[in-house]
Design a binder for this molecule. Structure first.
Ligand code: ADQ
Length: 735
């Protein structure tokens, strides 16, 4: 039976060894908590590192670890101390983590870190390929494994691969700083589906794909040669019921059953009922803005001294990545700040900050979520921030106020929170005051909306949305594959060809017989192509028709003396081997002088673009322009032109990086049918690569063999991947 393989850097387990004795506990952290419910709900295996370096395990212990890990349906990837040092603390946490969170000044670019990152990704790939079977779904997580999707796709093309990035994907301007940017993006594109928390991260990713690799993107699908990769946003939810029910249960506990922390909290609240508790919970990470939060809190106490003695910040920080320099420095800075602030403001009955530097068990987290009225979460950048969601889910009486940084991904779904800019102390101070004084009805109103949303879009929904979307990509792929030219279809076409007495070939030129070049004139026919076409045209039973949007001057130069029929400007002119050019239909061109200035305006504003003027049309080419600017301007140009076309009976054609305007009603389908007329052809063949060729596929008789180049939705009967395939097929037929 096919299964899901979850892959993350760390297995969701904390394994401790004392005196050769193993203890295993579930680990905390956003990813581990989130994916655990998927692991339990599906037939699945989880592959990752145990957290124990291989040198620290003798063979006896290693066996024990493997047995214990297997019991949890997990498979271990063995890493050495050096691997962990260079790949995890090195490239993952000193390069990608700071860069993707816009802390460019912290990012290090060391070749030995990069080499280790490649090596360890390959170690993961080796374990996965050993354990996966055709039909399995592999769901890879996070920034430590960006190269893994392509490594697996290379070895196991028959598994479906999803990738989810839990941290932000930065703007292209930041991503491009990375010396290995292309390799990372190519690695990610091995997946069939790539998920992000928010649309902004998705948009940044597309921008890098377009600019660095030049792939075409249609809505959220990226066309890569013979594959389609989809990217989409899936904001990660939490196990809402777990938090909500735990909070409900918490409220109904007798004093005896309450935890020590809760008993102390209750005592404190009883003795000083007018002190507001403000909670903050994070991993100790510079992205979480902990030091700035302390400064902002200090500013609040100074700006509004009436709250001194009336508000305490309960600050929980989980130790994290203590081997990395910045984390050590930050820890000292925070220790010092907390000490200084407590020294400055504390009274016998009140301290402004309660600071805990340790991990808390789940029950104690619930104690804090339920006992603190306000949560102050001020990350400078955060992929999502699950603590914000957990706090709101735990407010069973719907009372409480969430203050959340607008730099957290969670903000997109929690706009009813009080939003702040983590750099703006003035705003944070004012917002704290507002939160403390917020009427209960308003708190209930805001939390009700957020709770409904969190309950609906919970972790199960997140996972099932992602997996359904991955399935959908595969279904779409299957549709394309059904159309893909197989050896059997080639044989069928060959048989029909051999039987036929009168054959006609409609062949588009650019993107079909030759690849695209920056300048159209450079895409001239090569010797090979002449050879194939000459051979095909030399058979007296064949008529070769090149049908293109090109102008007649260029085609005269390239094919004027050839034994082919030429149809140009999408069906305006025709030339048979014996005759000169003739108009297929009479047309007006008085519109051209009005339209030309519009095109010129776009050329001036879009560096790299240019106009091609044909007898009956204008074409604006933007292949060489900045890809994003080009796409935006193309939309603007279409919009500007759309107001003019109906008056002049014109039509806009959008080709591959071109916008063309021409008289309407003229198209390749109509021109082809004009050519076929009522003549009886018993073999009709049409091939093209863009949507101007769809007219041809639509109009040719049903018995025609129609082929589209590239994996696109098409009216053609078959798909081939590239120019090389078209040439191969034509060469085969002509033999
Ligand atoms: P993290 O940076 O780890 O996750 P976050 O989303 O806040 O950040 O998740 C932290 C998790 O750890 C929460 O579930 C919380 O309950 C738990 N936790 C925090 N402090 C704890 C403590 N002292 N004791 C016990 N548990 C504690 C990364 C990204 C985030 C993204 C998640 C999920 O950086 O932006 O939201 O992945 O994709």
């Amino acid at each position: 039976m096919s299964k899901i393989i979850i892959v993350s850097n760390r297995l969701p387990l904390n394994i401790k060894i004392e005196n050769d004795h193993l203890t295993i506990e579930p680990s905390v952290g956003g990813l581990a908590t989130g994916m655990r419910s998927v692991h339990e709900a599906y037939e699945s295996k989880w592959i990752g590192w145990t957290g124990l370096a291989e040198e620290n395990l003798n063979s006896e212990l290693r066996k024990k670890v493997n047995v214990a890990v297997e019991k949890e349906d997990c498979i271990a990837v063995d890493l050495s101390n050096e691997d962990v040092d260079l790949y995890y603390y090195g490239f993952s946490n000193k390069t990608i983590w700071p860069l993707f969170h816009y802390f460019t000044e912290f990012a290090e670019f060391k070749k030995e870190h990069w080499d280790a990152y490649c090596k360890v990704n390959q170690k993961f790939a080796d374990v996965i390929t050993k354990n996966c079977e055709k039909g399995d779904t592999i769901w890879i997580h996070d920034y430590q494994l960006l190269l893994l999707p392509q490594m697996i796709k290379d070895k196991c093309p028959d598994v479906s691969i999803g990738f989810f990035l839990h941290i932000p994907f930065p703007s292209y301007e930041v991503f491009r700083i990375l010396p290995w940017r292309n390799e990372l993006i190519e690695g990610m594109l091995g997946a069939d589906l790539i998920g992000f928390h928010t649309y902004d991260y998705e948009r940044h990713f597309f921008s890098s794909v377009r600019r660095l690799l030049g792939y075409e993107i249609n809505f959220n699908k990226i066309n890569i040669h013979n594959r389609i990769v989809k990217a989409d946003s899936f904001p990660m939810g939490i196990d809402y019921d777990k938090f909500h029910n735990a909070a409900l249960e918490h409220h109904s506990k007798s004093i005896r059953d309450k935890s020590d922390i809760q008993q102390q909290l209750d005592k404190h609240i009883l003795n000083t009922p007018d002190i507001k508790l403000i909670l903050s919970i994070d991993r100790l990470d510079y992205t979480k803005g902990i030091a700035k939060r302390l400064h902002a809190f200090e500013y609040f106490l100074e700006k509004y001294p009436e709250f001194q003695g009336k508000a305490s910040l309960v600050m929980l920080a989980v130790p994290s990545r203590a081997n990395v320099d910045q984390y050590q420095k930050m820890k000292s800075e925070i220790d010092e700040l907390v000490g200084r602030m407590n020294g400055k403001f504390s009274t016998i009955n009140w301290s402004p900050i309660w600071y805990f530097y340790r991990s808390f068990p789940f029950d104690n987290l619930i104690d804090l979520y339920t006992s603190c009225e306000i949560a102050l979460l001020t990350p400078i950048r955060d992929g999502m921030n699950l603590v914000a969601k957990e706090f709101v889910a735990s407010k069973v009486d719907k009372k409480g106020v969430l203050i959340l940084s607008e730099m957290a991904g969670a903000v997109k779904e929690m706009s009813e929170a009080l939003l702040i800019n983590p750099q703006n102390y003035e705003q944070i101070a004012d917002t704290l005051k507002k939160a403390i004084q917020m009427p209960e009805e308003e708190q209930i109103e805001r939390n009700t909306i957020m709770q409904n949303r969190l309950q609906r879009y919970n972790i199960d929904r997140w996972a099932s949305d992602f997996l359904n979307s991955l399935n959908k990509v595969l279904e779409d792929k299957a549709k394309y594959i059904a159309k893909e030219m197989s050896a059997a279809i080639v044989k069928k076409i060959q048989t029909a060809y051999n039987k036929a007495e009168k054959r006609i070939f409609f062949l588009d030129y650019d993107g079909t017989l030759v690849g695209f070049k920056d300048k159209p004139i450079d895409a001239s026919p090569d010797k090979d192509l002449y050879g194939i076409l000459d051979k095909l045209a030399s058979n007296p039973k064949n008529e070769v028709v090149l049908i293109s949007g090109r102008d007649k001057e260029t085609f005269t130069q390239w094919f004027g003396n050839k034994n082919y029929t030429l149809i140009v400007e999408h069906g305006v002119w025709i030339k048979t081997p014996k005759d000169d050019w003739k108009l297929i239909e009479q047309m007006k061109i008085d519109w051209k002088e009005n339209i030309k200035p519009i095109f010129e305006f776009y050329v001036d504003r879009t560096p790299g673009s240019f106009i091609e003027e044909k007898n009956y049309s204008f074409v604006w080419h933007y292949r060489k322009a900045d890809p994003e600017l080009g796409a935006i301007r193309a939309n603007e140009l279409k919009y500007d032109l759309s107001g003019l076309i109906s008056n002049h009976n014109l039509e806009i054609l959008e080709g591959n990086k071109v916008i063309e305007i021409k008289n309407s009603g003229i198209n390749k389908g109509r021109a082809a049918m004009h050519k076929i007329n009522n003549l009886h052809y018993d073999f009709i063949f049409g091939v093209g690569d863009d949507w101007t060729d769809e007219y041809l596929f639509h109009d040719l008789p049903a018995k025609a063999y129609t082929i589209r180049v590239g994996l696109k939705n098409t009216l053609a009967k078959y798909n081939v991947n590239e120019v090389k395939d078209v040439r191969g097929l034509l060469a085969k037929l002509s033999q």
